[in-house]
Design a protein around this ligand. Structure first.
Ligand SMILES: [Zn+2]
Length: 84
């Protein structure tokens, strides 16, 4: 049987879910989470064995800002209500 990439990914996804369900997540470490390459998504603590995210830095108001707002904020150019 020959699988295409999509079928293979689906199979691996299933395996991952099974693995994560069985795992006790004894060891984990903080790492930078990217939801897509180059897109910083905050820090998460993931199990070193199965890769499941066991803890996530709280979703703050910052996460709701556009990347441009975020950039400005990092540069210390934060807008206040008085500026609007
Ligand atoms: Zn685990």
């Amino acid at each position: 049987m020959t699988e295409n990439i999509e079928q293979m990914q689906k199979r691996h996804e299933k395996e991952k879910i099974t693995l994560q369900a069985k795992c006790k997540h004894k060891e984990s470490k903080w790492m930078i989470y990217s939801w897509a390459p180059g897109h910083y998504g905050g820090n998460v603590r993931a199990c070193t064995f199965c890769g499941k995210i066991v803890e996530r830095e709280g979703i703050t108001e910052k996460d709701l800002l556009t990347p441009f707002d975020k950039f400005e904020e990092e540069r210390g150019i934060t807008k206040t209500k008085d500026d609007m």
